[in-house]
Write a protein that binds this ligand. Structure first.
Ligand SMILES: NC(=O)c1ccc[n+]([C@@H]2O[C@H](COP(=O)([O-])OP(=O)(O)OC[C@H]3O[C@@H](n4cnc5c(N)ncnc54)[C@H](O)[C@@H]3O)[C@@H](O)[C@H]2O)c1
Length: 288
């Protein structure tokens, strides 16, 4: 089985949402451990420049490009310019993503639209912009889309996010079939389902401005506690890119947790069991 250096080393990578968290871990690992030429695309210019500078200071090749993945034309121009300047692409990671807490009926409309346009349309824009280039090249290429352990679970108070990750997983499963149908054997499609990875996603997540504000903030606090046991972004990145090199479609950073969630989901569906009840937060707030 080829190592990730043999598969990816020397190639060009484009990673969206690469200024922070999982994306920055992937960019660092791709540039510094695998020797890739990495294009970091992100909406946050200051963080993007910081992450790029860290990589180049350590001897890696990294180029920052300010892109909003919600903007299909901007993602298209990113794809066209990278291919023009660097030639065939080895790796595209559609990673940019955001989170939103709160009861679904309290979610601000602009919070909903932001999440859907980044987490779902952003991935589509990446596929739509890059796949035609990849279909024209003969060199092998990998397209990885960031789903989540949330793609095979249901969790209240994060409904837009969970829904978006189910959408990314099914988009990626269908894309895998479409690439095969089109006869593009050199294009490898993978769905990444991380468990908790240290990042700022919970700090940056939207909350609610009406209804039950405390439910949304209690869920944010719960996720901060989950993050205390999270995997580091560079360990996650090394695991993701090794599994991609191994030819995995379902790429998981914490196999025990993700496989258990997959089994629970499969059993729930085949038993036609409704989603597991959660303790009411009102019950949870009662003194012991
Ligand atoms: N951290 C985790 O525990 C975890 C677990 C499962 C899945 N994921 C997924 O990993 C991906 C990265 O999340 P993270 O935890 O590293 O979050 P993060 O908030 O640390 O980083 C996200 C990056 O995306 C960028 N971004 C946000 N909106 C953008 C836009 N419109 N265009 C371009 N870039 C944009 C941000 O500026 C930031 O740099 C997401 O898709 C997330 O759902 C994360």
């Amino acid at each position: 089985m080829a190592g990730s250096v043999e598969v990816f080393g020397g190639g060009t990578a484009v990673i969206t949402g690469a200024a922070a968290g999982v994306g920055a871990g992937l960019a660092r690992h791709a540039a510094l451990a695998l020797g890739m030429n990495v294009v970091l695309a992100d909406i946050d210019e200051a963080a993007l420049r910081r992450t790029c500078a860290e990589i180049t200071d350590e001897g890696g090749r990294a180029t920052p490009v300010v892109v909003d993945v919600r903007d299909a034309a901007a993602v298209q121009s990113l794809a066209d310019s990278v291919v023009k300047e660097s030639g065939p692409l080895r790796l595209l990671v559609n990673n940019a993503g955001v989170l939103q807490f709160g009861y679904l009926w309290d979610i601000p409309v602009d919070g909903w639209e932001r999440l859907v346009s980044i987490n779902i349309s952003g991935v589509f824009h990446g596929v739509r912009a890059f796949l035609p280039h990849l279909l024209r090249q003969s060199e092998p290429a990998w397209v990885l889309n960031l789903a989540s352990i949330g793609a095979v679970t249901a969790r209240p108070l994060q409904t837009p996010y969970i829904m978006s990750k189910h959408a990314v997983l099914s988009m990626t499963e269908c894309l895998h079939q479409e690439v095969a149908l089109a006869g593009a054997r050199h294009i490898h499609v993978g769905a990444v389902l991380p468990g908790a990875v240290t990042s700022r996603i919970f700090d940056e997540a939207g909350g609610v401005d009406r209804g039950d504000l405390s439910a949304a903030e209690m869920e944010r606090e719960a996720m901060f506690r989950v993050r205390e046991h999270a995997m580091g972004p560079e360990e996650a990145a090394a695991t993701i890119l090794q599994q991609a090199a191994d030819g995995e479609f379902y790429i998981v950073t914490q196999p025990d947790a993700v496989h258990a969630a997959m089994r629970d989901r499969a059993q729930q569906l085949t038993a036609r069991r409704p989603p597991a009840p959660v303790r009411s937060r009102f019950t949870a707030q009662q003194p012991e």
